[in-house]
Write a protein that binds this ligand. Structure first.
Ligand SMILES: Nc1ncnc2c1ncn2[C@@H]1O[C@H](COP(=O)(O)OP(=O)(O)OP(=O)(O)O)[C@@H](O)[C@H]1O
Ligand SMILES: [Mg+2]
Length: 235
């Protein structure tokens, strides 16, 4: 089996797709994986800006069929690299129209498509998941409750939903993404820092909070990843 394709979605703006993407890159890097970041947010390529000097990147427009073709070709040419796709809020339409093309190649690529669907506490986060599941029926889908928006018990609409039942019956998991102090996320996005770089360069107090969050992220990703639980080379 080649390495997975991770698609960080959620469709909705501002739910935390970029920060989850960064945490996932960081998690895999710490486990000696050479990742390929596919940045599809062409208007605000924030993850690309933080990671362009550290990992291999491709910027693709998933609103257009050409973007999907290039994505599939990149996945084929680098089977040893996990591919991490940071999606933009507006990609929902492109996924519904063209997602089937990627879905149809997964067997030949010998890759698993793992979706992390990031949600806040509102209804449209969930509504948008339905067309996605139809467009990519072969994806493993996990829902990520972003605890930045409140503790897990507060995600009532999702917690008691039929969608959750269906998803978990299909093997999907409900994951909790930890909150980090605002000043740390401001450091990352404001100074365009990768998490590894922030862990080297920030002042001690900031680094201590970052380390706590990184460990909590690692516990979350360990639930869905095929990588060994302990990091071989913590940065
Ligand atoms: N778990 C978290 N801990 C701390 N801050 C967070 C967390 N999740 C989100 N944020 C804050 O919310 C902001 C928006 O998050 P992010 O940019 O990751 O969302 P997005 O879904 O990628 O947005 P867009 O749709 O605009 O691309 C971040 O800049 C950060 O300040
Ligand atoms: Mg984003």
């Amino acid at each position: 089996m080649a390495k997975p394709i991770y698609l960080v979605g959620g469709s909705k703006g501002g739910v935390g797709k970029s920060i989850v993407t960064m945490a996932l890159i960081d998690y895999l890097q710490q486990r000696d994986q050479t990742v390929l970041l596919v940045e599809t947010d062409t208007t605000n390529p924030d993850v690309w800006m933080c990671y362009r000097d550290e990992v291999e990147t491709a910027t693709l427009d998933l609103d257009e069929v050409d973007g999907w073709i290039a994505l599939i070709n990149d996945c084929e040419s680098q089977p040893d690299h996990p591919v991490i796709i940071n999606t933009a809020a507006r990609n929902n339409h492109g996924v519904s129209v063209h997602g089937v093309t990627l879905d149809s190649t997964l067997t030949e690529l010998q890759r698993q498509l793992v979706t992390l669907w990031v949600i806040n506490r509102q209804r449209d986060s969930l509504e948008l998941l339905k067309p996605f599941l139809e467009a990519l029926p072969n994806a493993a889908v996990h829902v990520v409750r972003n605890l930045y928006f409140g503790e897990s018990s507060k995600f009532e609409l999702y917690n008691h939903s039929h969608l959750r039942e269906t998803l978990e019956r299909a093997g999907g998991q409900t994951l909790d993404f930890p909150d980090v102090a605002d000043r740390i996320s401001d450091d990352l996005f404001g100074q365009r820092l990768s998490i590894a770089r922030a862990a080297r360069d920030l002042p001690l107090g900031n680094r201590a909070e970052l380390a706590r969050w990184r460990n909590a992220c690692a516990r979350m990703f360990a639930r869905i990843s095929q990588e060994p639980a302990s990091a071989s080379a913590p940065a």
